[in-house]
Design a protein around this ligand. Structure first.
Ligand SMILES: Cc1cc2nc3c(=O)[nH]c(=O)nc-3n(C[C@H](O)[C@H](O)[C@H](O)COP(=O)(O)OP(=O)(O)OC[C@H]3O[C@@H](n4cnc5c(N)ncnc54)[C@H](O)[C@@H]3O)c2cc1C
Ligand SMILES: *[C@@H]1O[C@H](CO)[C@@H](O)[C@H](O)[C@H]1NC(C)=O
Ligand SMILES: *[C@@H]1O[C@H](CO)[C@@H](O)[C@H](O)[C@H]1NC(C)=O
Length: 340
């Protein structure tokens, strides 16, 4: 049986693993993830004082345009029927796409629950940061910074392309010159995210669940996360998420998050002066937030090697949202269907 490795337990990696498993029996699928949990940019972070109080630090909600609602109907239906997605009920002020026929969904158990759902039947190893890939005896030898190297018949890489290009070993010879040029042209925006956690019973008096801010140089988006997800309860405190503007992200991307956190809090005080004092704060730097220049020539994936099979996917080959990841995972799946 072919041994397949999916690198990355974000949405694309989770989908690839689930779709490959659904092909049934023809391959064994493993997932290696550098972080200590699933989600990637679909990160749901916990309050250090109350693990029931959570906040979505990356992706906020899933927006289905009429085109993708139909194209990916089976994916939406499956997630809604399992209760992983529910329609967004709270109001979002200043929402950018206001179109009839657009449907917004939230994940009541946190956005990472989407990825967890897809990974539920997979063998996932966390804290496995892949550092190099070598060609050995017709297979791919994958090395990580913890644990021994292992051999695979096929590998799918799903991290943002700029991170993929840092992999060592035989990657240099596996990527052709013209592929390298297209991969090196990929660009991402950067953003900081802040999660503010509150004690149970704290009231946050705003009429909206989320709001796009248009007149602040630092802050672009604020969500009262518990309200956005309609997961408010008297036992668990509310949480607030703040995203910075693309420009602020670009200007501060090389700073430490500890140095940037006070700058964001100072601006937040101006935008929402009545916000109560949180019990804890987490700051996160998304160096690779959303793709601004995707690989356009390759729809959804790029095949670096056919024998052994080495495929790169992820939103770097489509666009940065749920449907972009589904498109990529389906393109990866097609390569495997032709191959195995
Ligand atoms: C601030 C922000 C807001 C967003 N808002 C939305 C939104 O509202 N709606 C929406 O649909 N999308 C949104 N997005 C985009 C969405 O989150 C992404 O498009 C999607 O999560 C990308 O999934 P992915 O699996 O392709 O990549 P990632 O989620 O980046 O997954 C890649 C995984 O690979 C792991 N990895 C990296 N390098 C290695 C290595 N060497 N070895 C092992 N593992 C490795 C990473 O830890 C990560 O878990 C947002 C993104 C951000 C950052
Ligand atoms: C999510 O983000 C938090 C805050 O930066 C981090 O501590 C945690 O490890 C992340 N989780 C995953 C699974 O990447
Ligand atoms: C979290 O919620 C669960 C179920 O509602 C409960 O059993 C548990 O005690 C809560 N944990 C904390 C830290 O409050």
């Amino acid at each position: 049986m072919a041994r397949v490795l999916v690198v990355g337990a974000g949405l694309t990696g989770g989908l690839c693993a689930a779709l490959l498993l659904r092909l049934r029996g023809r391959m064994r699928v493993a997932v290696w993830e550098a972080a200590r949990g699933p989600g990637g940019r679909m990160n749901t972070s916990r309050d250090p004082h109350d693990s029931n109080c959570t906040a979505d630090l990356g992706a906020q909600y899933i927006t289905a345009t009429p085109y993708f609602a139909e194209k990916h109907q089976s994916f939406y239906e499956e997630l809604v029927s399992r209760g992983v997605l529910k329609p967004l009920l709270g109001s979002v002020e200043g929402i950018t796409i206001k179109d009839e026929g657009i449907c917004n969904y939230v994940a009541p158990r946190g956005i990472s629950s989407i990825v967890k759902y897809y990974l539920s039947d997979s063998d996932v190893l966390y804290n496995r940061h892949v550092t190099r890939i070598n060609l050995k005896e017709g297979k791919l030898e994958v090395c990580c910074d913890s644990g021994p190297a292992e051999m695979f018949d096929a590998v799918v890489l799903t991290m943002p392309v700029p991170q993929m290009l840092k992999l060592q070993g035989d990657m240099k010879t596996l990527i052709s010159e013209s592929q390298r040029q297209r991969l090196e042209a990929v660009r991402f925006s950067s953003r900081f995210a802040l999660a503010l956690f509150y004690e149970a019973g704290t009231r946050i008096d705003e009429p909206w669940a989320a709001k796009y801010i248009v007149d602040n140089p630092c802050i672009r988006f604020i969500s009262i996360d518990s309200k956005k997800r309609s997961s408010e309860s008297p036992e668990v405190g509310p949480s607030v998420v703040v995203h910075t503007t693309v420009q602020f992200g670009a200007e501060n991307v090389d700073k430490e998050k500890g140095d940037v956190e006070p700058l964001i809090l100072e601006q937040l005080q101006k935008v929402l002066p009545a916000l109560p004092k949180p019990t804890s704060i987490k700051c996160h730097k998304w160096r690779f937030s959303q793709v601004t220049e995707a690989v356009s020539s390759e729809p959804g994936q790029m095949t670096l090697s056919i024998q052994p099979l080495l495929v790169v996917g992820g939103d770097s080959f489509t666009h940065s949202n749920f449907d972009g990841c589904v498109e990529s995972a389906l393109a990866v799946l097609n390569v495997f269907k032709c191959h195995f």
